[in-house]
Design a protein around this ligand. Sequence first.
Ligand code: PXP
Length: 241
Amino acid sequence: MRLLVNIDHIATLRNARGEGNPDPVEGARVCEEAGATGIVFHLRGDRRHIRDEDVYRLKDSIKGILDFEMAATDEMIGICLDVKPDLCTLVPEGREELTTEGGLNMKHVYDDYEQRVFPAFKNTGIDISLFLDPNPVDIELAQKLGADAVELHTGTFANAPDEAARNKELERLRKGAELIHEAGMIVNAGHGLNLENLPLLIEHVPYLQDVSIGHALISTSLFWGLERTVKEYLRLMNVDC
Ligand code: PXP
């Protein structure tokens, strides 16, 4: 199994001050050095966190897997083909949403993806992953399109209100993973994963290759790194601690 770290929220923090810190590209470097297999970023139409220049800097500095998460607009496809990441994860995108709210509705997008999106990526060497809820119909259409991978949306599992709902969603994810694997596609997963729910996912869902984790990982790192940072300021100020 491989950890791909989503660095969007380092950019969220950077953008809050309109300056260069914290630099998401430096964050990506630290994640790779710590052993992450790769880096994910979502370049949104509204550029609310990652910006175009980040994408090109990431391409120049990332040694492992680069996963370009995006909506399949002509603008994003153009940038993606220029950047040539290892993987492109296609997601639905809404202007009002705080974060991606669910998987693609394959029945809605199928014709467009077949005629416009997939042909654009043909022979580029970029693998295509589709972000899907664990619905058999969506998985079947992903296979029909020739997707390389499916990223299972784990948000419903992560945000389940109680144990019964969580177990029900885990079972859907388990069955979804089996269908994806049987269809010859790679099984990835992401959204809402954290230190508490990841072990449960790993225990129940087979064939997982990449887990894509952002918000919880970046949030936890803030606290795990705060103590050292405060101590360094105090050391510089010659204050004993
Ligand atoms: N995978 C996809 C397709 C996403 O849209 C996101 C959120 O950007 C993630 C994974 C990571 O989710 P989180 O930030 O909750 O870990």
